[in-house]
Write a protein that binds this ligand. Structure first.
Ligand SMILES: [Zn+2]
Length: 88
């Protein structure tokens, strides 16, 4: 089995501002059991491309999709395409 070296390998994520792919902070949604004593995590947690995401190294933030290489590449391609259509 291949070892996943960083967030690029594991999730196609990296920081668009500083380029690091070792760690990011994301907001997760989790189920918790609430009792009179307080809340305890109960089960899995979830996150997706719309979850808040932040780079702890350079404070760049946005949503997970902003940190996804493939989304940025697609947007760049689309932008270049529309710019070339305007010019022609
Ligand atoms: Zn960063």
């Amino acid at each position: 089995m291949n070892k996943l070296n960083d967030l690029r390998d594991a999730f196609e994520l990296d920081c668009p501002a500083c380029g690091q792919a070792d760690h990011l902070q994301i907001v997760i949604t989790a189920l918790a059991r609430l009792t009179p004593d307080g809340s305890d995590l109960d089960g899995d947690h979830e996150w997706d491309d719309g979850s808040y995401c932040r780079c702890p190294d350079c404070d760049d933030d946005g949503i997970v999709a902003d940190f996804r290489q493939t989304v940025r590449d697609a947007e760049r391609t689309a932008r270049a395409k529309s710019e070339s259509e305007v010019q022609s």
